[in-house]
Design a protein around this ligand. Structure first.
Ligand SMILES: [Zn+2]
Length: 304
């Protein structure tokens, strides 16, 4: 049997003259009848009084409430910790987006090769070539230098002193900085600033330490016998930066063009004797990264 039908049958059973309202109203109605001596029926519309809760329901409410509050009280420290962690995460996220806004990632990240190349070309031609530094000129044995190997430091920043220290302590190279020249990117040393390494200034006493060359490379563009060592005849030029994930700055490229054209004039090697580390390395390396396009540099240097 459905409930509405039961309700209806109960209503009809209570008598036709009783107007069924809420229990509170019928009680008020009865008291009004009494005061009027039963002569008239007065309908008073009063709000229903709050029905007193049964002891069972009060007990149940109390238990529920105490459970809730004691759980909160017991775990208050955890809740506060969660709130702090959430706030910290939110702050970190906000800082990250602010960082992205202030220092947008270089276009190389996840960009196709042609976009990297277009960006590299535009940076390569952005600034005029600066003047060569007289400090670069060091007395060299005739015919010693056959070309240049270009590197990146694979770091976001750095300077000659830092890399010198690294090569001394980590690589355990007594003479420190393995490159002959280092070109800064504005983080640790000037953007486009060229540092002359000790191995260049004291080239009569020591070799560079930047490449282990394949025999094919030695016999190819450098026209050297297999027995010769790359570090004896190749000049090491490194640019500060990680060009697997970014591009050299326009100032770095302007300085690099200037340095390379100075070295070519000084030692008379062809533009094709300028190579990236990876192209000649016997052990294989990504250096100087996909964001440093040596063929584009050669193209600029080959122009009359
Ligand atoms: Zn390298």
């Amino acid at each position: 049997m459905s409930e509405p039908a039961e309700e209806e049958s109960r209503n009809s059973g209570e008598g036709a003259e009783t107007i069924r309202e809420t229990p509170g109203v019928s009680a008020a109605m009865k008291s009004a009848e009494a005061s009027e001596g039963g002569s008239r029926r007065i309908f008073v519309s009063l709000p229903p009084p709050v029905e007193p809760a049964s002891p069972e329901s009060r007990r149940a409410t109390r238990i529920l409430w105490s459970r809730t509050t004691s759980w909160r009280r017991r775990h208050a420290d955890i809740l506060v910790a969660i709130e702090w962690v959430a706030a910290a995460l939110f702050l970190l996220l906000a800082l990250y987006f602010l960082w992205l806004l202030l220092f947008p990632p270089l276009p190389i990240a996840a960009s196709p090769d042609e976009i990297v190349r277009a960006e590299f070309r535009s940076r390569l031609r952005l600034l005029p070539m600066p003047e060569a530094d007289p400090d670069w000129r060091v007395a060299s044995a005739p015919g010693r230098w056959r070309g240049v190997v270009i590197h990146h430091t694979a770091t976001s920043g750095g300077n000659a002193e830092g890399i010198d220290r690294f090569h001394k302590t980590v690589n355990r190279w007594e003479n420190g900085l393995g490159y002959h020249f280092l070109i800064g990117n504005g983080k640790g040393m000037g953007d486009g600033e060229v540092a002359v390494g000790r191995r260049w200034r004291e080239q009569s006493r020591m070799n560079g330490s930047h490449v282990v060359m394949t025999d094919a490379a030695k016999g190819g563009v450098f026209n050297m016998p297999h027995t010769a060592k790359g570090n004896e005849f190749a000049i090491g030029v490194a640019l500060v930066g990680n060009f697997q994930i970014g591009l050299p700055t326009p100032s770095q490229l302007a300085a690099l063009l200037c340095l390379l054209s100075f070295l070519r004039k000084e030692y008379g090697f062809g533009a094709d004797a300028i190579v990236g580390h990876g192209a000649v390395s016997a052990s294989g390396t990504d250096c100087p990264g996909r964001g440093l396009l040596v063929d584009e540099i050669i193209l600029v240097l080959s122009r009359p």
